[in-house]
Design a protein around this ligand. Structure first.
Ligand code: G3H
Ligand code: 13P
Ligand code: ZN
Length: 318
């Protein structure tokens, strides 16, 4: 069942985070539904602009609607990830999306506010909620000193002004993470201080953590043993920090890279072990199963596992 993102946020608020997983293909969708039903977790399906081009927006809708019929117990929202203004309008007008992200974080502050506010007005008129971003992900490097590094993080004071002036429903805050497999080096980690100050200024506003993959060492090692060449220094977010972040208002945790690593590991190992094979369905079957297991484990770490019965009950009442 597709539900409003805002409803999932309301029920999770301060207790657990909802996994927002990027998908690009049929096998991921099957694995995600299976993993979320088996772990009894609500979830968010994220569709990026790249995904809409790769798989075609109509194809995605059809597959997701069919998966929803196949797994009637599943409760989830459909979200546009890192949208530009035009893509946001297309998704809002489609009637399919529960929420959109307008990412104007690369623009100067005032311009970010202007663009975000335009999208918020259009979205709210159609009952769609909006995530917007303030601060820059991926700018924090080990060789910058803390003050320089912090300049890229979300400024908690600006965050209050940004949310109030735009009316956005959720804030993607830069708290030290970045997209992809190479997030940290040395002793870097999440900036809980920035998160805490941001949440204090915005009680009740869901905070979104992008770049939240954990990039498991084991996954990188197996990929490399099967012929991959991923830098073994690749490092992600400590999964044990998801729940402490959730208690500080992080309600949506975005994960894409970790799922890509599962896909790459399964397929590299399969074709290494069976070099004579060329039917792609057998590794596809392995992938769906492994991806479902991966999603279920993530949901445990996010605290969303086991919440589905309560979510269903609450939604039935409202
Ligand atoms: O934050 C970006 C997501 O990982 C989506 O990546 O634009 O390659 O689909 P993509
Ligand atoms: P990762 O690259 O850490 O998976 O982040 C994904 C993301 O933030 C999608 O918006
Ligand atoms: Zn992101």
């Amino acid at each position: 069942m597709i539900v409003p993102t805002a409803e999932l946020f309301r029920l999770a608020d301060g207790n657990y985070a909802i996994g927002a997983y990027n998908i690009n293909n049929l096998e991921q969708i099957l694995g995600m539904f299976q993993g979320c039903v088996s772990s009894q977790a609500p979830f968010i399906i994220q569709i990026s602009r790249g995904t809409r081009t790769y798989a075609d927006k109509r194809m995605l809708q059809a597959i997701i609607r069919t998966a929803s019929e196949m797994y009637p117990e599943a409760v989830f929202a459909v979200h546009l990830d890192h949208g530009g203004e035009e893509t946001c309008y297309d998704c809002i007008d489609s009637g399919f999306y529960s929420s959109v992200m307008i990412d104007a974080s690369h623009d100067p502050f005032e311009q970010n506010i202007k663009v975000t506010k335009r999208v918020v007005d259009r979205a709210h008129a159609k009952g769609v909620s909006v995530e917007a971003e303030l601060g820059k992900l991926g700018g924090v490097e080990e060789d910058l000193d803390v003050d320089e590094g912090s300049a890229f993080l979300t400024n908690p004071k600006e965050a209050v002004e940004f949310v109030h002036r735009t009316g956005c429903d959720a804030l993607a805050a830069a708290i030290g993470t970045s997209h992809g497999a190479y997030k940290f080096s040395g002793r870097q980690g999440l900036h809980f201080d920035v998160l805490e100050r941001t949440q204090k200024g915005l009680p009740g506003t869901p905070i979104v953590m992008h770049g939240s993959s954990s990039v498991p060492e084991e996954e990188v090692r197996r990929i490399n043993e099967a012929g991959g060449k991923i830098d073994p220094n690749a490092r992600g977010v400590d999964e044990n920090e998801y729940l402490p972040a959730a208690k500080l208002g992080v309600t949506k945790i975005n994960i894409d890279t970790d799922g890509r690593l599962v896909w790459t590991r399964v397929h590299r190992e399969f074709f290494r072990d069976y070099p004579e094979k060329f039917d792609f369905r057998p590794p596809g079957i392995v992938f769906v199963k492994e991806y479902a297991t991966f999603i279920a484990k993530k949901n445990e770490k996010l605290g969303s596992a086991g919440e589905l019965p309560d979510v269903r009950k609450a939604l039935a009442k409202s």
